[in-house]
Design a protein around this ligand. Sequence first.
Ligand code: ADE
Length: 335
Amino acid sequence: MPKDRLMDAEALRGEECSQKDDGLRPKSLNEYIGQSALKQVLGIAVEAALGRAEALDHVLLYGPPGLGKTTMAMVLAKELGVRCRITSAPALERPRDIVGLLVNLQPREVLFIDEIHRLTRVAEELLYPAMEDRRIDLTVGRGGTARTRALELPPFTLVGATTRAGALSSPLRDRFGLIQRLGFYGLDDLKLIVQRTSDLLHLSLTEEACLEVSRRCRGTPRIANRLLRRIRDFAAVRGSVLLIEPRLVDEALQLHHVDTLGLDQSDRRLLEVLNNNHGGGPVGLETLAAALSEDSTTLESVVEPFLLQIGFIQRTPRGRILTEAGRNHLLSTKP
Ligand code: ADE
């Protein structure tokens, strides 16, 4: 995958960290645009937990990257009036990493673990009693004198996020009281998000320009915000651009090889390999990944979901196929 990809997994993760305090994230359920079913379910759960003065039940959020899983965890903590501790599974390699986090939690706090499908077996097994009985079983001593000591924890809420719900072990999945999917955003919600971010970035976009960004962000708020920053740079360098019109949006996004539907070079390469090398498929995931020099899980959880959503590819038991719509788009937007 090219390093400058605006939406790759690494960039998205980096963005997630750097965005932690960028001021763009909504701070309440009311401010959070879209995902109405999710907000309704979580709103009720939060209100009930507050009413009972209890910790919110553990929550698993899954879906493609950039749709607001981390943001939702932070919003939940705010709504509950507690702190949100943020970490990700790859940072919890040693047992003491997760033990350290758990024993330092204050009552009813939110612990957010991103990429929770990547937890080690040991970390997972430490989490089971923590989630179920608010207890961690520590092994003290070694060899013949080793003993387990149970340590009590305060009530807390684990919010886990994953792009690959299917990769979670079922004992872990079963310990979440709320399991919710985040889907791609529709144009109306994206327009509101683009408008909101433009205001926060002190940018003036015409309504048509907002719509253009919304059309070209792959249904993903994080990408919309990222594109807006690139548009801001472009407008600044152009000089004296007071009102951003669709033409400027188009020029800025063309510079970054983002096409009229928001597809970038990685998406196009995938469509091209399917079309040019395999006559439209079916092609197995591993074959596609090898042809694209891409990791198959990234391909499956980061690149493919949007192409599936817009009906450009299909998953069949024999592999991926390029649809008529996908082929038409490829041919009509040939560079
Ligand atoms: N910025 C990014 N995602 C958002 C959302 N869902 N609501 C409001 N602002 C956002």
